[in-house]
Design a protein around this ligand. Structure first.
Ligand code: TXA
Ligand code: MG
Length: 349
């Protein structure tokens, strides 16, 4: 299959074409404010099957339906609880996905067999224009091959999807860089199933107490059944084994220096995920400054691109500094810890 890579034009021809492809059962990758999505007609089981195939994704892992109009939620959800309405008012359009009881119109192929449905109203002009042009809810997982870091640039999508999908809409780098926060509003106390840019504190300001699913912070084995089925897969995995070192900055740097020296003496190529503040402290190795500790957003923005660049650099081992677990740090560490297969060394405690 030929994959067209196109930048939206002023006349709207490219967007119109993308909408037509989706309406006809094809697949289009598109930018959102979080990561690039791989879109298909969410009401068409054949299109969902194509999405699972293009990603190499297990079909019990449900897809998020993307809408471009708040009212579309009432066609897709059997019930819209009050807490959900408040969250929609506060954060839609934006990086928040809500889980509702599903309406009978939503195919089980889209929801991975669940009787709930994930809905998101993204805040990105290209995504919104494309969904409108398609005229259907757009089912879209992140546009990476299953098990690779989510794409934050059109080039990342191309690395994984050339020849597998009809079109890639190139909207440049995305803003946020980690996937949307997922909140289950079907239970009395809403629960975070996946942390993201919309933090627990931000949610609680609007609806009061919110719980966090165990799978967010704890190891989930293949025999477990987390509420967001996607949380059980080893996601975002770089090719080389990754170890996180966390604790006070100077001790973290010292420990990584020691571990890296050991790797060099064994003839290994060593990648290091550092920060603007510490990159100068590592004289050897392939060092990436993922962002600045003073600006957590910059770490989220660059994290997946750095993991992809480490794969390209063909390193044998990777050491990463740890980050705070609070606020946006919860989302950053959730992704990083999973990429590390939960391999974390705590120092100085
Ligand atoms: O930011 C995002 O949400 C991006 C962009 C493209 O919108 N999309 C994204 O989709 O991250 P995906 O498929 O990579 O991750 C969706 C997650 C999976 O962990 C899946 O298990 C969970 O959402 N999910 C989907 N439907 C669900 C449901 N009904 N109940 C619980 N979890 C659900
Ligand atoms: Mg994904």
């Amino acid at each position: 299959m030929d994959t067209r890579i196109e930048k939206p034009d002023r006349q709207g021809r490219v967007i119109a074409k993308a909408g037509e492809i989706i309406r006809n059962g094809g697949l289009v990758a598109f930018p959102t404010e979080t990561v690039y999505g791989l879109g298909g007609d969410g009401m068409n089981p054949a299109a969902s099957a194509k999405i699972y195939e293009a990603k190499g994704r297990p079909s019990d892992n449900p897809l998020i339906l993307h809408i471009a109009d708040r009212n579309a939620v009432y066609d897709l959800a059997a019930e819209v609880p009050l807490a959900a309405q408040k969250l929609m008012d506060a954060f839609w359009p934006g990086p928040l996905t809500l889980i509702f009881p599903k309406a009978s119109s939503v195919p089980l192929t889209t929801t991975g067999g669940l009787n709930t449905v994930a809905i998101r109203y993204p805040d990105h002009p290209i995504a919104l224009a494309m969904i409108q042009a398609a005229g259907v809810p757009v089912a879209a997982p992140s546009a990476n091959t299953s098990g690779r870091p989510s794409p934050t640039r059109a080039g990342h999508v191309a690395e994984d999807m050339i020849g597998r999908i009809d079109m890639i809409l190139d909207g440049g780098e995305v803003g946020i860089g980690v996937e949307s926060t997922i909140v289950d509003v079907t239970q009395p106390v809403p629960m975070i199933l996946r942390p993201g840019y919309i933090t627990r504190e931000m949610l609680e300001q609007v609806i009061g107490p919110v719980e966090t699913d165990e799978a967010v912070t704890h190891w989930v084995g293949s025999g477990d059944h987390p509420k967001a089925p996607g949380m059980k897969y080893r996601h975002y995995a770089p090719r080389a084994p990754l170890t996180i070192v966390e604790g006070p900055q100077s001790e973290v740097v010292e420990t990584i220096q020691t571990l890296a020296e050991r790797a060099f003496s064994q003839g290994k190529r060593c990648g290091i995920i550092a920060t603007e503040e510490t990159k100068g402290d590592y004289p050897r190795g392939i060092v990436f400054a993922v962002g600045s500790r003073r600006q957590e957003e910059s770490v989220a923005h660059n994290l997946y691109a750095v993991l992809r660049r480490l794969d390209e650099a063909n390193v044998d081992v990777i050491y990463s500094e740890g980050f705070s677990h609070d606020h946006l740090g919860m989302a950053i560490m959730n992704r990083l810890v999973k990429a590390a297969g939960h391999h974390v060394i705590a120092v100085g405690k």
